[in-house]
Design a protein around this ligand. Sequence first.
Ligand SMILES: Nc1ncnc2c1ncn2[C@@H]1O[C@H](COP(=O)(O)OP(=O)(O)OP(=O)(O)O)[C@@H](O)[C@H]1O
Length: 287
Amino acid sequence: MLARTVAVTRRYGDTVALDRVSLDIPAGGVVGLLGPNGAGKSTLLNLLVGLRRPTSGTVELFGGDPRDPASRRQIGVTPQETGLPSTLRVRECLEFVARHFPDAVPHEETLARFGLTEVARRQTGGLSGGQKRRLAVALAFVGRPRLVFLDEPTTGLDVQARRALWDAIRAFADDGGTVVLTSHYLEEIEALADRVVVIGKGRVLADDTVDAIRAMVGIHRVSLADGVDLPELPGVVGVERADGRTSLLTPDADQLVRDLVNAGVPFHGLQVQPTTLEEAFLTLTGR
Ligand SMILES: Nc1ncnc2c1ncn2[C@@H]1O[C@H](COP(=O)(O)OP(=O)(O)OP(=O)(O)O)[C@@H](O)[C@H]1O
């Protein structure tokens, strides 16, 4: 096991950012932490990399305490927000980080892999937001880590830059590296992760393969104006009533609409909408 948390709780004052989270990170593959804003993803990463202490429970990194620098030797990290020294050139940043490691990746390789070759001589202060982000992520890989933590690696990148970064992350995993990344984007998780851990309100709501999670979050909300009696309908996983409307939550909205028609329900004001990830998971976990 490269890293693990056992019944970890983290509070900030009255806020419970993580609530008894137990998670194992074995070697190999990409683990995606998926969840809405404020779910606790960054807090979990910060505990795993030793930036924060748990309020209770234990966190292990390479068998030790993540707050001990020796435990952190084989990790690479890109936090959600990073600062680069604005007068250093891109290549100088790579050199600075590489000096800390016995067998760093050659600069040319990193530059090419992260699409930074053209800007190698530029000062980081003059880079675009996307270029800065790519450099910040690239730096996590320079020391040939065994385990890399990336907090929202592609936020703010355009489609092309995002894909380039995905390729680099995947190449690292294909070579046997392990990655833990957070994202709001199901698409990003689908592109990269073998395993998805869904976090909501400080809890692990699901921990499964991408396919299983996709099936769970493909929940739609079919809503109708109140005033009609609804029969028992198959495939409805939740019912909500608010603002003069009844919402039926279902993984197969097309079939539900067919069933409504077949049952002769005289509905009006029908709307079909995808649910948010948070709604889908709260529904599925019955909370
Ligand atoms: N340093 C802090 N002080 C006080 N509250 C905090 C602190 N850091 C996080 N929190 C709170 O803990 C909860 C979890 O935050 P966290 O940043 O871990 O969520 P997240 O899933 O990473 O969200 P996002 O997707 O927005 O980054 C939130 O309610 C947040 O306001």
